[in-house]
Design a protein around this ligand. Sequence first.
Ligand code: AGP
Length: 588
Amino acid sequence: MCGIIGCVSEGPVSGILLDGLKRVEYRGYDSAGMATVNDGKLSVRKGAGRITDIERRKHLSALGGNVGIAHTRWATHGGVTDRNAHPHTSCGDTLAVIHNGIIENYIPLKTRLQSKGHVFKSETDTEVIAHIIEEEYGKRSDPLRATIAATRKLEGQYAIAVLFRDRPDVIVGARKDAPLIAGIGDGQMFIASDILAFIEHTDKTVFLDNQEAALITKDSLKILGADGRELSREPTQVAWELSNISRTKYAHHTLKEINEQRQTVAAAAVQDPAKLAAFAGAIRKAGTIFITGSGTSYHAGLLMKSRLNHEAGIRCDTVVSGELKEHSAFLGKGSVLIVLSQSGETADVLEAVKEAKGRGAKVLSIVNVAGSTLSRESDQTLLLNCGPEVGVAATKSFTAQAVVVNMVVDAVLGRKRSEGVEELPKAVEEALKTERQIKAIVQKYMDRPDFYFVGRGYQSPVALEGALKLKELSYIHAEGMPASELKHGTLALIETGTPVVVINPSGENHADTLSSSEELRARGADLIGISDVEDRVYKHFVRVPRVQPKFMPIVEVIPLQLLAYHFAVAKKRDPDYPRNLAKSVTVK
Ligand code: AGP
């Protein structure tokens, strides 16, 4: 939920840190700050607001020094204020800490520290870390081991970077249940919560595992395991190009990523046949199967469940990750948990994985970020290959998930290839041409307080996804549901002019969904039909191309993504950084 970056370099670091911070701003953006050590002085500049505002007010990039840390925050404990922004320092500013995660036992720790004379400046949980490390550093002048000793007192999740005033040549990092990655540069080294923070400088990375700690200098990396023993780990090279994360000609990352789907649906289809077969084999052999994910990833999981149930005759349940423990009695040896996650760092998802593994289940994951915690905790992983998704709203990752889950189901069905996948780039191109029509629809419904999205069967998850997109990007209340459910209550909310998006492709459910549409229209609703076949019942008809039924959600969701995006722009929201949200929800 926060972005952290540290750098030790041969030259000044503040500009490097500021650029890196901007690239991880999507992880949290209510306040930000930076600390460097220069000429024996530790300097901190920070405040509430977006990074560019704070740079304008506090001139972060004017900080001197070849070692520094920087942070962009999504507030958990302590309001959005200048004082609560990170970095946080110890008494006497002997060290500074930045943190992603939650320290669950910070209140008793803070009380004990205050009773020993420590003076606190903020309301955050993070600040206790600074004072505990200060105590441990006073016992031994080894910054790495002092930090490890301090983290042993912490309960909760943390990825931290620590800067020591008397050690302008090092930064220490440590993690538990939150991502932390080292970047191996040329004459400079990085520690960050996200590869994107330093991808411009190096693509050589070392992912820290849980309860490991690291010390970086400008040209070295030392890692200690939870037992204090030194570990050696070969760097891995990430495949992401820097160009993937610039907006290029688009006004926002979100619009760029919606348009990238022309290519990413094809990239998602490039799967190692042996890995795909192994993934399918594990599903075929499984006892109980649960599919889990959060938000958009959960919706993709519903698509997978629908086909496994209907076409493969494999019974499985799809559960939002935060609720999996309610069902874990059915997980045991021989069970399989299929996990979908773009980031591979979602706390609810990792919690579900821990629960499942604790019961002996096998974990199969479909992830976008290679090397993420989820991918390293899984028995088998398939990658989405859709490149970094910077916009907080999941767009290209959803359609990539829809491609991969269909390829997996087709492999479970014994099909050598996923028929129809080759037509997707052209079909996506067609679906993207609805943008002008969507913008006109947006203008017509700017003042409507509520939107409804309905679909049947395989289109129900698309209705849920359309509603989620609209809510998180435009802040308009929206509800997605099976069309059959309308008459069991929600129909009472329909009045003249209520906009209802009906996702209704030709096929087995088309007639029944038209009947639901007539019921809605009879009560005054304005129907926006998303389909390959027009019908007079719709007030607005948005045509999408006909592809294989299993892939229809991919072309149907694109006008819904555009609807959410253009509502956000029309309502002067920031589509890339919606309020209260963050791209990777690494706290429970
Ligand atoms: C979707 O647009 C949201 N950003 C959110 O629901 C997201 O899908 C969810 O937090 C899961 O993230 P993950 O795929 O990285 O696990």
